[in-house]
Design a protein around this ligand. Sequence first.
Ligand code: HEC
Length: 168
Amino acid sequence: MKIIFKSALLLLILVVMSCGTKEEKRKDGFSVDRAKTTEKTTEPESEANQVPASQRVTLDEKGVGQIKEITLDAEINSEMAAAGEALFKTNCTACHKIDKRFIGPSPKGIMERRSPEWIMNMILDPKLMTEQDRCAKDLLVEFNGAAMSNQNLTVEQTRSILEYFRTL
Ligand code: HEC
């Protein structure tokens, strides 16, 4: 039983790593054609897929782009946040509403779902992100292929929007 479980686990890792079709991989292995072990290998993956990208917590991911590492002060800089709010109003509200999901997701509570780096990379280069970042890719699908447009903001402007997001 232990061996079966171990081999099932190994197969699951292989399946996840290779992103291959589950059916094929399972047949390559040994003693996994039992109903119970098959269930075990499929469960975790399908559960993860059931969480919509907009509700997924991906705080460990920094995304793809020029922002590699940023540190936030413990206190919110209200001046910077106000500048960010103004920028958000002019550049983002066509697609993002604070109180509800619109063409894109609401940024409310975003700091609990995404890392600061991920958020800034998404604002600075949404095309690159939706092409190369797993969560951004899934967001694009969730929002029916409506692509976020690049607002050509500077890193400083983007940083102030991030500060505004901390107040939401
Ligand atoms: C043309 C519509 C549009 C505009 C303008 C736009 N966005 Fe988006 N945004 C989207 C869509 C749609 C998504 C979901 C991903 C996708 O479909 O590309 C998104 C996703 C995001 C995300 C990820 C949200 C999450 O929950 O992970 C952030 C952050 C974001 N936008 C910030 C901004 C900011 C800041 C601006 C203004 C500088 C902006 N967006 C302008 C449409 C837009």
